[in-house]
Design a protein around this ligand. Structure first.
Ligand SMILES: *[C@@H]1O[C@H](CO)[C@@H](O)[C@H](O)[C@H]1NC(C)=O
Ligand SMILES: *[C@@H]1O[C@H](CO)[C@@H](O)[C@H](O)[C@H]1NC(C)=O
Ligand SMILES: *[C@@H]1O[C@H](CO)[C@@H](O)[C@H](O)[C@H]1NC(C)=O
Ligand SMILES: *[C@@H]1O[C@H](CO)[C@@H](O)[C@H](O)[C@H]1NC(C)=O
Length: 589
């Protein structure tokens, strides 16, 4: 390992002396063969590493129920013996993609994931009620019970990420003659996650690193994708997906506010004292990569000028950050962490973020090859100039020499990030969470499931294996004016049977703004339009925030005289769905 890194530095220095932007070709060829061997071996180790951490038969997940992904077998320093909704969804997204690409051995594990998630959705937990706000709970105990310790919650990326993993599977089932299974077993789980996304995309929550309570680009990007493909799946299955289609453009509109001119500010609506340069944004472009998309800036596609400019900004932010990055010139890959201000384990590079820097570039190469050209504009020029210093703005058709030199340079640069991972991976291929900023030694949780999954997806893109489209092409138009989500209400009908005489009116009052906060003069008047001698019904419909518990009473008003019902207060809790409805049938007391 030492010899190899010495060679790398010497090669880079030679390249600079010779005035080349890249490494010297003969060494590159030798390095390439070595890299191919590493990739082949590490691909096998990585799929085995993922499966080892999934119950019930994973060798490193003893006693864990079927389909449950353990974040890492590490039970102390740090204790990752939990199942995170995000990590599990990203892991299963990779497994479902692999299944679709032909690995049929994975289907049982995927079915087990569907069942395990259906069970988790039924748990009340510290983030809120089962099937409602509780879906934003970030992690659970591995035996599928709630974790009640303090934590950065809620985290709103879990539901849309899980929806995406399951939508990929449901679409495959439909295309393979199993529509009923998609509708009856998978859609119910997806549908709850989409309802959550519709309801909460415009609320703050914790980011994917579980530290910042604000609006996270990753969460918003994941929400947009899930709503777009969720609306399409609902239509395909003849199901409803309330608010999915109408909120998707709103989410896309909001996503634009993270763009700050040359990069993505990963966390907004929060005063976090950071630059916002964060691998959060690289991971977002991987997640929303659509192989059929153009290089759309609005959806930050991997090959878009925005995502490339952001790639350079994020990567450059780590060049001076770690001792192990010293002396690595522009155009060569440094080790990548989460964000500069990171202090977790003193702030180190991570395997999955270094792999993300590679995966974005492989995905971009796939897109240029499919589109048949590459465009360099003012925004992406600095990114390309690091790799090919002589390039200027323009569109270059595939087959042209400029196209070839650009695409080859980007691919070589991507390989260089993989070579970084190779350099700091121990010989048994075990991928921890981090590697030391000074020595490169593996650090923090061992055998991190997400690290292995990140290796698999990066190399699949390198191999030209891509997921199905999620419909980016029909969902990339940004509305001219951004709107938030309307508040999520439940429409409650209050029915009360009460005999009255002419001149008397009935009101409902209670402990909510919508019910006048117990002030009789601000109560809500009921209607007697259906009142008869046989059925003395007074009624009214009121919009009340969903999933809200409140107390109320009826009052009888005649002139200035108010008479209250007897104690105790009545209680009601609205249901969790936006635009849901409910009815209370009371008798005056
Ligand atoms: C990528 O392709 C190589 C060479 O065919 C193969 O050994 C490796 O397993 C593949 N990796 C993945 C993750 O698909
Ligand atoms: C809600 O959406 C509006 C419109 O895009 C945006 O200005 C606002 O910052 C968003 N707030 C949150 C918390 O998402
Ligand atoms: C997160 O921030 C919002 C304001 O943006 C605040 O209302 C909420 O209470 C905060 N959540 C936590 C858990 O601190
Ligand atoms: C990509 O751009 C071409 C040319 O403008 C257009 O015809 C095509 O529909 C676009 N594809 C997508 C998926 O947006």
């Amino acid at each position: 390992m030492i010899a190899k890194s010495f060679l790398g530095t010497a090669t880079a220095a030679l390249a600079l002396v010779l005035g080349l932007g890249q490494a010297e070709p003969i060494n590159r060829l030798r390095g390439r063969a070595d890299l191919e061997d590493f990739i082949a071996a590490q691909s096998d180790i990585s799929i085995a590493g993922v499966l080892a951490n999934i119950g019930a038969d994973g060798s490193k997940a003893p006693g864990v129920p079927p389909g449950v992904v353990v974040a890492s077998p590490s039970r102390s320093d740090p204790d990752y013996w939990y199942t995170w909704t995000r990590d599990a969804a990203l892991t299963y997204k990779a497994l479902v993609e692999r299944f679709i690409a032909g690995d049929s051995s994975l289907q049982r594990k995927i079915d087990e994931y569907v069942s395990a998630q259906a069970q988790l959705q039924q748990l009340d937990n510290p983030s809120g009620a089962a099937r409602g706000a509780g879906l934003g709970e970030p992690k659970f105990l591995v035996d599928l019970t709630q974790f009640t310790g303090s934590w950065g919650r809620p985290q709103r990326d879990g539901p849309p990420l899980r929806a995406t993993a399951l939508i990929l599977y449901a679409n495959w089932l439909i295309q393979n003659g199993q529509r009923d299974k998609a509708a009856q077993q998978v859609w119910p789980v997806i549908s709850l996650d989409l309802a959550y996304t519709v309801r909460f995309w415009n609320s703050t929550g914790y980011d994917l690193w579980e530290e910042v309570n604000g609006s996270s680009f990753f969460t918003i990007a994941a929400s947009h994708r899930a709503l777009v493909e969720g609306a399409a799946l609902a239509a395909e299955l003849g199901q409803t997906c309330d608010g999915c289609a109408s909120n998707a453009p709103r989410v896309l509109c909001f996503a634009q506010s993270f763009w700050v001119g040359s990069y993505i500010d990963s966390n907004i609506n929060v005063n976090d004292g950071r630059t916002g340069l964060d691998a959060n944004s690289l991971l977002s472009s991987l997640h929303t990569f659509d192989p059929e998309a153009n290089c759309t800036d609005a959806t930050f596609q991997p090959c878009s000028a925005r995502a490339l400019s952001n790639h350079k900004a994020v990567v450059d932010s780590f060049r001076a950050e770690y001792a192990i990055n010293r002396g690595i010139p522009q155009g060569r890959a440094p080790a990548i962490g989460r964000y500069n201000e990171d202090v977790y384990y003193n702030g180190n590079p991570w395997y999955l973020t270094t792999l993300a820097a590679a995966e974005q570039l492989y995905s971009a190469v796939y897109q240029w090859d499919r589109i048949g050209s590459i465009t360099v504009n003012q925004l992406s020029l600095p990114f390309f100039r690091d790799l090919v210093p002589s390039v200027s703005t323009g569109t270059y058709a595939s087959g042209s020499s400029t196209y070839n030199s650009l695409v080859n340079a980007v691919r070589t640069y991507a390989d260089d990030f993989i070579a970084k991972v190779q350099q700091y991976t121990p010989s048994n291929g075990a991928l921890a969470e981090q590697y030391d900023r000074n020595t490169g030694a593996p650090l923090s949780a061992r055998d991190l499931t997400w690290s292995y999954a990140a290796f698999l997806t990066a190399i699949e893109r390198r191999n030209g294996t891509v997921p199905p489209t999620w419909g980016e092409g029909s969902a990339n138009t940004v509305p001219s004016v951004c709107t938030g989500t309307p508040s999520c209400n439940s429409r409650i009908t209050f029915n009360v049977r009460v005999t009255t005489v002419p001149g008397e009116d009935i009101y409902v009052v209670g402990g909510l703004t919508q019910l006048g906060n117990w002030s009789p003069s601000n109560g809500v008047a009921l209607s007697a339009s259906r009142y008869t001698a046989n059925d003395p019904l007074w009624y009214v419909e009121v919009n009340i925030p969903a999933e809200t518990a409140f107390e109320y009473k009826y009052i009888k008003v005649r002139g200035n005289t108010v008479s209250w019902e007897s104690d105790p207060n009545r209680r009601y809790t609205t249901s969790q769905g936006c635009s849901s409805s409910g009815t209370v049938n009371d008798v005056w007391r």
